[in-house]
Each structure stands twice: as C-alpha cells, then as structure tokens.
Unconditional design. Structure first.
Length: 254
C-alpha cells in the first residue's frame, strides 16, 4: 500500500487554514463567545480544505524559512481582515454607546464603580439587533464571500500587501467607523440636545425647581420613545458597512 501526499496542496492548505482561523477568531459574527473555539478551528480547517485547490497555484517557496514567513504573513493578514470587519460592524454598538452617554444610561459605572457595568443598555441592544439583522439579511454570507474572494487575486503567499497599504486600508476603516457611528446616533443625539435646551429654559424660568432628577427621566423617556425611529436607519447603514468590510478583505488579500 502506497500513500502519497502532495506537498504543494498541503502547503496551500496550511496557509489558507492559518489565514481563515486567525480571521474567524477576530471577525464578527464568528468571534462571539457563543461559538466554541473548537468549532471555529474546525470551520477554519474546512475553509482551508475548500480554498487550498484554488490557492495552490500561488505557492512558490524554496525553503522552510520562506514557508514560516508565509505562515506568519497569512496569520497577520487574517487578523488584519478580522479587525477591519470587527471595526466596521461594532460601529453600530458605538452608536448605541453615544446615545447611552448622552441620555445618562452610562452613569451606572460612575455612581457604582464596583458594579462592573461594562455594557450600556442601548449599546447592547444595538449590538444584538445588528447581529440579528446581519443573519436575517444574509450579511454573514456576504462577509464570508469577501473573505473567500481575498484569495482570488493571485497574490504571493509570502507577502502581497505591504504594511503601509495595510495601514492605509485600516485607517480608512477607522474613519468610516467614526462617521458611521455618528450617522446612526445623530437622530437621537439631536433629540437629546433639544431636550437639554428645553430643560435649560425651564430651569432659567423657574430656578427654584430642582431639575436634575427630572432631567434623567426626561432624557431616558425621550430615548425610549424615539428609539424606534433611530432603528429604521440601522439596516441600510449596516449593509454599507458589510459591503465595505468585504471590500477591505479583498483589498488586504491582494
């Protein structure tokens, strides 16, 4: 009985699995604690098996040192891709955090530092809603498609994208992250700003009234009443973020 192993295919499989596993441990929605690490590792191996036949043609290495360098490069590219996706998708949660800060929902950690309240309610709600919209609209498949297409540019496994290019791509994602978070939060922030002005005018007209306890109730009530209006813009904004996340992965894979 003879057993033969294609070294080129094995090298392609290991490189593809390294990039896929590093990506799965960082990129949402696959990086959640609800998915066990063994499942993510198995999924990374499955992606490596699928990608290896298409990635094999780009393998041109003559020594083990080049192969180790290619492994490190693929791991770094996988982490960079996952971070780009994580940065863009968490813009939705950051929008909720901005609303919580303006409405006073984030004051729990100020009044009770030992409560370990690391996640504010609107931010947590926006995060769960974004994940639900992502799966309901097949956005996770679009993210996965962008990752698979990152192998189709014929780039050398040892390093096709320079550190400068990676920095420029991720810097653009950072700017998009802040712009998207502000865009999604701006309706609620404007309503809370108007509520602050109204409370200020009331305080000026009747200085004998202590409006501090009242202001918390007014702002929190405004958030709960108007939250449905702000949610309407989430699907369109999230779709644009998913599209850019897919483009980011393809750009990093060149």
């Amino acid at each position: 009985m003879h057993f033969t192993l294609d070294v080129g295919w094995l090298s392609a499989f290991l490189l593809a699995m390294t990039r896929a596993t590093a990506w799965l441990f960082v990129a949402p929605p696959f990086n959640t604690s609800g998915i066990p690490k063994t499942v993510r590792l198995g999924f990374g191996m499955a992606l490596g098996l699928f990608i290896a036949p298409h990635f094999q043609t780009g393998i041109t290495m003559n020594s083990s040192f080049e192969f180790i360098g290619a492994i490190v490069y693929q791991a770094g590219i996988g982490v960079a891709m996952g971070f780009g996706v994580y940065l863009l998708i968490t813009a939705v949660q950051s929008a909720g955090a901005l609303i919580d800060f303006s409405a006073g929902f984030s004051s729990a950690s100020v009044y009770d530092p030992f409560s370990n309240a690391s996640s504010t309610p609107i931010a947590r709600f926006y995060q769960m809603l974004a994940i639900a919209i992502l799966f309901a609209s097949q956005g996770h498949l679009l993210i996965l498609r962008g990752f698979l297409l990152s192998f189709d540019h014929g780039a050398a496994p040892q390093g096709g994208t320079s550190i400068e290019q990676i920095g420029k791509i991720l810097a653009f994602d950072v700017s998009t992250y802040f712009a998207a978070a502000l865009q999604m939060a701006i309706p609620m922030l404007a309503a809370l700003f108007l509520a602050e002005i109204a409370l200020g005018l009331v305080s000026k007209a009747t200085p004998q009234i202590n409006l501090l306890p009242l202001s918390f109730g007014v702002k929190m009530g405004a958030v709960l009443l108007l939250c449905g209006l702000a949610i309407k813009i989430l699907p369109a904004s999230l779709y644009q973020l998913v599209q850019q996340a897919s483009d980011t992965m393809m750009a990093l894979g060149r």
